[in-house]
Ligand binder design. Structure first.
Ligand code: HAM
Length: 418
């Protein structure tokens, strides 16, 4: 027997219904904020992520699925969507004509992380990106979309919106020096990873989950207290607009994010119902990224929602989604198929989900199949009834049954389910 690859999953049954629900809610929410869909490839040249996400990030250093193609090109399964979309924005010249552009995407991402609860090697993101605006109103509206989406999923009670400003190329270098100075004489007390990060990516140390590192960083200088005037004003305006929009958030000065492209606003939707992997959605501003990847100097901001984690929370809340079909057609006699099949097809065209038994086995075993599929109604196509142009429809929930004219089946069912 073959087994799936470590960290990869099969998703089916009731869980798949939750995925469908989430996708529908997201697409409606994204369109209502003026975003249009972007379908991105799953493979990119590895440089898109090396340069886009940053070569000293965990994702690029140790988590990408990278391979050499037959023509010697080095390709990577995308670990996220932002760098891909920026590549596509530049390649398709989407800055022309200039202006604000808003896109959303949905699909699998791949990171070779250590699998654990809520952390997979193939996971799905629903993401949005806005190009062409530095206004803090954009930051607030993007966060507003993330918040409204979770509100529509009806799980806000499990979530906290955390925001921060991670500064910009003007204020971050001097802050970085300050932080390295502070941590330098405590180096021996940091975990192995953080000792390395002190030289490559010291800000990430603030985000380390190891207890000894947490206690060392508890008194470390914070970016938020060292912002330049413009970043400070941008952050204050973003918060002001969030207040106007009625969005509840907390400022968490320790948010640094695991990707290097962020400037100014960074945010996460966190939860404590998923164990250690606590962010269900996250994002921020990345004003230099389009330029870094070879495009014009166009600012950007966006977020991505982790659908696997979101569905986990929704299933814990239990919205009562079940695997169900509308109708099971019980066929008494193979000879009547010429009359029955057109009726089934008509009902399917009318939008009902209809199943029947391909083996046309005994009535008892057809009823068993109907139960297994959790049909809401069974339609009995008996010989005598067909001759009269009627069928018997049984409501499987309350066991009531009625004779209904074939022409009026759809009308009858709509009235029953209204
Ligand atoms: P990220 O924080 O790396 O950001 O990922 C966003 C979300 O994807 C996380 O909050 C989490 O819910 C989910 N996620 C990440 N890794 C895994 C995993 N191994 N298993 C399950 N879920 C996971 C980004 O990817 C940025 N591109 C977001 C962004 C868009 N920033 C600006 N625009």
């Amino acid at each position: 027997m073959f087994r799936k690859v470590k960290g990869f999953r099969d998703i089916f049954g009731v869980e798949a219904n939750y995925w469908g629900l989430v996708e529908d809610i997201a697409k409606r929410a994204f369109r209502s904020f003026g975003f249009s869909e972007f379908k991105l490839p799953i493979l990119e040249r590895v440089e898109v992520f090396d340069r886009g996400i940053g070569s000293s990030t965990d994702i690029v250093e140790k988590e990408m699925f990278v391979f050499k193609d037959r023509n010697e090109e080095i390709l990577a399964l995308r670990p996220e969507g932002t760098a891909s979309l920026v590549r596509a924005y530049i390649e398709n010249n989407l800055n022309n004509p200039p202006g604000v552009k808003k896109y959303y995407y949905y699909g699998p991402m791949f990171r070779r992380e250590r699998p654990q609860k809520g952390r997979f090697r193939q996971f799905y993101q629903l993401g949005v990106e806005v190009f062409g605006s530095t206004s803090p109103l954009t930051d607030a509206d993007v966060i507003n979309l993330l918040y409204s989406f979770f509100e529509k999923c009806d799980i806000l009670e499990y979530l906290t919106l955390e925001i921060n400003s991670v500064g910009c190329p003007v204020c971050r270098p001097s802050y970085r020096d300050k932080l390295v100075d502070y941590l330098g004489d405590k180096k021996e007390l940091l975990c192995g990873d953080c000792q390395r990060r002190l030289h490559t990516n010291p800000l990430r140390i603030l985000d380390c989950k190891v207890e000894s590192c947490k206690s060392i960083t508890s008194l470390a200088p914070l970016m938020i207290d060292n912002l330049c005037g413009e970043c400070n004003e941008h952050f204050n305006d973003t918060k002001k607009y969030l207040d106007f929009m009625g969005i509840k958030y907390v400022v968490n000065p320790k948010i640094v994010r695991g990707l290097d492209y962020y400037v100014r606003t960074a945010f996460e939707m966190t939860t404590d119902v998923l164990g250690a992997s606590s962010a269900v959605g996250a994002g921020g501003r990345y004003d230099g990224l389009v330029k870094t990847l070879g495009g014009p100097d166009v600012p950007g901001i966006g977020f991505a929602i982790g659908v696997d984690r979101l569905v986990d929370i929704m299933m814990q809340k239990d919205f009562g989604l079940k695997e169900q079909i509308d109708l099971f057609a019980v066929i008494f006699d193979k000879e009547s198929l010429d009359n029955v099949l057109p009726v089934i097809n008509k009902l399917r065209k009318d939008g009902f989900s209809v199943e029947f038994d391909y083996e046309t086995s005994s009535i008892k075993s057809q009823m068993k199949k109907s139960d297994r599929l959790n049909a809401r109604f069974a339609i009995f196509f008996g010989e005598d009834e067909l001759k009269k142009g009627v069928v018997t429809i049984k409501n499987m929930k309350n066991s009531t049954q009625n004779e209904v004219e074939i022409e009026k089946i759809a009308e009858y069912l709509k009235a029953q389910t209204a």
